[in-house]
Design a binder for this molecule. Structure first.
Ligand code: MN
Ligand code: MN
Length: 461
């Protein structure tokens, strides 16, 4: 063989997907990304994603899981976990003792939650106090348009939904930063300390209501909320109100090859999991889609992936077939669908370029996450990686390898470890993201499309 032939035969030679894509694929990719963008505009919280998915699934013939129900191949079933997480399944021809093919993403994203007693007035400005949720760089959340999303459980037991800041006619909210002219001391601080958590106070208004006292601006804000939503101050004690970046998912770049939005992590994988499930025929193995909550704070709580809610749902399906849940889990496979960090040449020193995912190279497969010597990682086996490699290659899905940055630079985790704890073979994979956890995250359309095709291929494996 010549050297050139050897090179061709032996060396790994990944190619930018946009140089390989056919006209037909490009059309499908653009259509898929339009639908994904609409999903992102409708869903900025785990609640909104769950509500959207319940409605969409029901429109596609899914029905709620009920203990004791009968199921047959082709049946479409879902479990709404308290409005904050959802599990869906399409029953396969094989019994559940042969295992399920699972894709698991999360639908919560970093943000600022209102404290239980949030409303106050200082110097005739009304504010909400917040407690950030998930990992954020606090300075990124000042001086940008913000919206409020969430629900309030009122004294009379009724629950109301609040969304302010998304409609063009709505006001937006803002957290202030210090003017540069007076920032001599602030600029000496580290990025971590420049804006501190207790400074993430959201400006609500400045107009006092008529009368006497030091709470007239606050009172005016509460009156506005009472007029519109019937709220009183104590209602905040039984509320989940959250501050997220205002605005829509947008095309980014002069070539429109990227999508910019709040919360691609991890709704970009969540949507990639949902779409192929909706119109699926009867798969060989039961296909299961997980949209989990609380991943950003450790997959804890009743709606997080460590919760028994997953066992509850799977047991309903297994009981209907007289299958032991542990047998189903032992033979199942899970794609833990979560985003990876796309290589950013602006911060090249934080990554091992040879092992980092890149924009436009397809769905990123991650053997292990974790930090400092793989601590906390699921670390998929060679066999598990081989299964994914073969499945995606056979389906014509472009994929690449990902690791989360340079060794000892930092790290992170996903729901993978909690799926593997259940005796389910699990591999991490997802869309490469720039500026992960920032108010504006970037993904490439091509990688979004390939991740959807990857989820489809895993379901049908
Ligand atoms: Mn994630
Ligand atoms: Mn995250």
């Amino acid at each position: 063989m010549t050297t050139e032939e050897l090179r061709e035969a032996l060396l790994s030679a990944p190619k930018n997907g946009l140089t390989q894509i056919t006209a037909e694929q490009r059309r499908e990719m653009e259509e898929y990304c339009r639908r994904y963008s609409a999903f992102m505009d409708a869903c900025k919280t785990e609640r909104e994603a769950t509500t959207w998915t319940v409605a969409t699934a029901e429109a596609h013939g899914f029905r709620p899981a009920v203990p004791g129900m009968e199921v047959k191949p082709g049946d479409k079933i879902y479990y709404n976990n308290r409005g904050k997480s959802i599990l869906l399944a399409v029953i396969g021809n094989e019994p559940l003792s042969a295992g399920a093919n699972i894709c698991a993403a999360h639908v919560d994203s970093p943000r600022m939650d209102l404290k239980p007693h949030p409303l106050y007035e200082d110097s005739e400005i009304a504010f909400f106090k917040t407690h950030y949720y998930g990992g954020i760089k606090k300075y990124q959340w000042t001086c940008i348009p913000l919206a409020i999303h969430g629900v309030v459980y009122r004294k009379d037991g009724s629950v109301i939904t609040v969304t302010i800041g998304e409609d063009d006619s709505d006001p937006i909210l803002v957290v202030s930063d210090l003017l540069i002219h007076l920032a001599a001391d602030q600029l000496q601080k580290t990025l971590a300390k420049g804006i501190e958590a207790e400074q993430l106070n959201v400006i609500l208004g400045t107009e006092p209501i008529e009368g006497e006292g030091s709470d007239l601006v606050k009172l005016n804000i509460l009156k506005l909320l009472n007029d519109k939503y019937g709220l009183i101050e104590d209602d905040f004690h039984s509320a989940e109100l959250t501050i997220v970046p205002a605005g829509k998912c947008r095309e980014v770049g002069l070539d429109r090859s990227l999508l910019g939005a709040y919360g691609h992590d991890d709704r970009v994988c969540a949507y990639a999991e949902i779409e192929p499930l909706l119109d699926m025929g009867t798969p060989k193995h039961t296909a299961v889609c997980i949209l989990a909550d609380k991943e950003e704070i450790g997959s804890v709580g009743i709606s997080g992936m460590q919760s028994q809610a997953f066992e509850y749902f799977m047991e309903i399906l297994c009981d209907a077939q007289g299958v032991k849940l542990s047998h189903c889990f032992a033979n199942s496979f899970c794609l833990s669908a979560d985003v990876s960090n796309a290589f950013d040449p602006n911060f090249a020193e934080t990554c091992d370029k040879r092992n980092n995912s890149r924009l436009n190279y397809g769905v990123a497969i991650c053997k292990y996450t974790g930090a400092r010597g793989k601590s906390g990682a699921s670390d998929a086996s060679a066999e598990a990686m081989g299964h994914v490699r073969t499945t995606l290659d056979n389906a014509g899905v472009q994929w690449q390898i990902a690791t989360l940055g340079k060794v000892d630079q930092g790290g992170g985790g996903t729901v993978a470890a909690y799926m593997a704890n259940r005796n389910i073979v699990t591999v991490d994979a997802g869309v490469p993201v720039l500026c992960m956890h920032a108010p504006m995250e970037l993904v490439s359309k091509y990688d979004c499309y390939m991740t959807m095709l990857a989820c489809k291929a895993i379901y049908l494996a």
